[in-house]
Design a protein around this ligand. Structure first.
Ligand code: UT7
Length: 322
């Protein structure tokens, strides 16, 4: 049996820090409201001349360096993103060229904030079936580009960044299981209701923005992210005490705390970056994961449950043995 093992992680955050105090100057909000309702103190914003592929490249190079491999050993590249540089070619294709690789498949995966879990699942299946031996999986976003900076209900929540992992074929697990779900009937609760084929004028006018019914999304996020913990544990015959680390999507500290409580996972086993990163959509899980690997919390042999939730709705998880 072939499994995928995570042999390297990396991440990158743009330099510009946007604090809650900065936001007080843009919209009718305040530090107290933002921190108490979301847990966010600051987020990073890409420079005007910095694009999703730039963030993806920095995160990828960090992951490749930590894996100790050469770029040309990579035979699959997946980029989970909602905010691709261009309509086409895909950001994964652009990234592949930046890395000096030519030939193997590279494509984007779009599942918004759950995108990294969807991309991990695809890469895992490529490796398990022998179609790839060494996959680069990136979650990268410049979400700030699809935010209405005059809408206080959304602009305080999001930030930019990228995270990446290198997966390698191995006889030992590795990724123990992945679980993906979607339900498109909730499409209007969290969306950018504009695209190339529909309402393209809004893109040209620069008004293609994220809209969200916050309270309803909140309720769904808690339920879906709690239920998928149980689903993941059951699939592996494990119980909650077997989880060394939970790395959840970073959308709101109140969601993270509610999921931890419902799933029976104590706060000291939950990786939290929301205070410094805000919600970076597809980048949030790999960013948090890389932070906890690099600071030594996540160690070899640990069982780590990664989970995401996003517009669609989409939600997914992966149980990983490090
Ligand atoms: O990544 C994908 C998943 N995304 C999520 O999971 C996000 C889920 N939703 C949330 O995290 C929360 O619903 C929010 C953080 C978006 C909002 O928190 P809330 O506690 O649900 O607040 P609310 O929307 O019920 O609004 C409460 C009040 C409202 O005022 P009134 O109507 O009670 O007078 C809002 O107008 O807070 C007001 N408000 C604000 N006040 C100051 C909304 N945004 C702000 C703001 N600053 N930025």
């Amino acid at each position: 049996m072939t499994y995928s093992r995570i042999i390297g992680t990396g991440s990158y955050l743009p330099e510009k820090v946007l604090t809650n105090a900065d936001l007080e100057k843009l919209v009718d909000t305040n530090e107290d409201w933002i921190y108490s309702r979301t847990g966010i103190r600051q987020r990073r914003i890409a420079a005007d001349d910095e694009f999703t592929c730039d963030l993806a490249e920095r995160a990828a190079l960090n992951a490749i360096a930590s894996a100790g491999i050469l770029n040309n050993q990579i035979d699959l590249i997946l980029v989970a993103t909602t905010t691709a540089d261009q309509v086409f070619p895909s950001t994964a294709c652009l990234l592949q060229h930046r890395l000096g690789i030519a030939g193997p498949p590279a494509f984007d995966v779009q599942a918004v904030c759950a995108g990294f879990l969807f991309a991990m699942d695809v890469a895992d299946k490529f490796i398990k079936t022998g179609s790839a031996k060494c996959a680069l999986v990136v979650g990268a976003e410049t979400f700030s580009r699809i935010i209405d900076w005059s809408d206080r209900r959304t602009c305080v929540l999001f930030g930019d960044g990228a995270g990446a992992v290198v997966l390698k074929a191995d006889n030992e697990p590795g990724i123990l299981s992945t679980h993906l779900h979607c339900d498109g009937k909730y499409k209007n609760l969290l969306c950018v209701p504009v695209g190339v084929s529909k309402n393209f004028n809004q893109i040209k006018a620069g008004t293609a923005f994220t809209t969200m019914q916050g309270r309803e999304v909140f309720r769904w996020a808690v339920t879906a992210m709690s239920d998928i913990v149980d689903e993941t544990l059951n699939a592996n015959g494990m119980n909650r005490d077997d989880i060394d680390w939970l790395v959840p999507h970073q959308a709101n500290i109140r969601i993270i705390n509610a999921v931890g409580k419902r799933a029976g996972i104590p706060p000291e086993k939950v990786v939290v970056t929301i205070d410094r990163h805000g919600n970076t959509s597809a980048a949030s899980v790999p960013l948090a994961f890389d932070e906890a690997v690099r600071d030594g919390r996540i160690q070899s042999g640990h069982h780590v449950l990664l989970e995401g939730f996003g517009g669609g709705f989409t939600w997914g998880s992966a149980m990983v043995k490090m």
